[in-house]
Design a protein around this ligand. Structure first.
Ligand SMILES: Cc1cc2nc3c(=O)[nH]c(=O)nc-3n(C[C@H](O)[C@H](O)[C@H](O)COP(=O)(O)OP(=O)(O)OC[C@H]3O[C@@H](n4cnc5c(N)ncnc54)[C@H](O)[C@@H]3O)c2cc1C
Length: 320
């Protein structure tokens, strides 16, 4: 079976990201997934094998003084370009994080290949289904030149385990001199013990409707009663209530929770592009004509300062 290279991205804890597990799940349609990890051999290889990576290629530098994982996108492109030349895979699939999309674009240029982004599914003949920016248009497309390079759109499917016995191989690559950006430190962001946004089962998200610290505290209380991660619209991030890491949408994180509670959010397409995979959406908004009510499963028309504490009280009472 033809190989499909899947670039493995790791969290700060050294676990494969959800986007990586989604990419591995999706890549099985195209051929045999081969995970590509940068840096030293890693226990992540076991997790990658659980999701169908029949082979894990651990790529290091031919120069022992250089740690490929300590740089941004350049070395990942070097490694993948070399593997494309050596192994002639059927395709390359890269998790569609900001860094992943850049790797994919550069790789396509480097290898003279076609590149598809925002991919949400594959057919066995290599046809990819894409969601056009904003997530409103579905496109069927197929790369016709070079080795197809695909950037997977995060939160587009639930990763499905498919355990295989894996072979771990070391690959030595001479990185190009253009190792322009180097990672000096990594900080694992913890948000008051709340779950990570991308993987959370429940997300409570705030928008411009929240106008002060006291209202934001009410939303935090609801999030904590639900065991939820906090998300935010662009307007709430710009207002300084949440760090950019909370941004949900086209320019931020795409989430796939069981429950998404949108508080004071209008439902702009750029925000909703990150919410489409949520199973159930509840909207709280004071404007009965807000577009979000056409997108949500349940809506409460009212001032969030009144509705949110009532929701928190109801959740707390039911949870005992
Ligand atoms: C290229 C591009 C990319 C973008 N990417 C993103 C992205 O990734 N994510 C994102 O979120 N946005 C993104 N945006 C911005 C996006 O277009 C919207 O401007 C933004 O999502 C609006 O945020 P909001 O819903 O919080 O604010 P608004 O649209 O202003 O909505 C606020 C809502 O709060 C309600 N409200 C007000 N007071 C109360 C109250 N007391 N109680 C209850 N409800 C109340 C109002 O009725 C209103 O519906 C992008 C824009 C562009 C151009």
């Amino acid at each position: 079976m033809a190989e499909v290279l899947v670039l493995a991205e790791l969290t700060g804890d050294g676990e494969p990201t959800r986007g990586t597990l989604e990419a591995l799940t999706a890549a099985r349609v195209l051929g045999e997934p081969v995970a590509v990890l940068l840096g030293a051999a890693h226990p992540a290889a076991d997790r990658l094998a659980r999701y169908g990576a029949a082979r894990v290629l651990v790529a290091g530098s031919a120069d022992p003084a250089v740690d490929l994982a300590a740089h941004l996108v350049g070395p990942a492109v070097d490694v993948l370009a070399r593997l494309v030349a050596d192994r002639a895979p059927a395709a390359v699939v890269v998790p569609g994080s900001a860094a992943g999309r850049e790797v994919a674009g550069r790789l396509a240029v480097r290898t003279g290949s076609g590149f598809l982004t925002d991919v949400v599914g594959f057919a066995p003949d290599g046809t990819a289904t894409q969601l056009a920016p904003g997530g409103t248009t579905v496109v069927q497309a197929r790369v016709t030149c070079g080795t197809p390079v695909h950037a997977w759109r995060a939160a587009s499917l639930t990763p499905v385990p498919a355990p295989v016995a894996t072979v771990v191989e070391q690959v030595l690559v001479e990185p190009s001199p253009a190792r322009e950006a180097r990672v000096l430190a990594r900080v694992v962001e913890r948000s008051a013990g709340r779950p990570a946004l991308a993987d959370a089962a429940v997300v409570v998200a705030v928008g411009r409707g929240v106008t002060g610290a006291a209202e934001f505290a009410l939303v935090e209380q609801l999030a904590d009663a639900l065991g939820a991660a906090i998300g935010a619209s662009r307007a709430a991030v710009d207002a300084g209530f949440c760090p950019p890491s909370c941004l949900v949408g086209q320019s931020g994180t795409r989430v796939a929770p069981r429950l998404y509670v949108a508080v004071g959010i209008s439902g702009a397409a750029q925000h909703w592009s990150g919410v489409r995979s949520a199973q159930t959406v509840v909207a709280v908004n004071s404007d009965p004509d807000a577009p979000v009510f056409a997108l949500a499963d349940f809506g409460v028309v009212g001032d969030l300062a009144t509705v949110v504490p009532e929701l928190t009280a109801q959740v707390t009472a039911r949870r005992g």
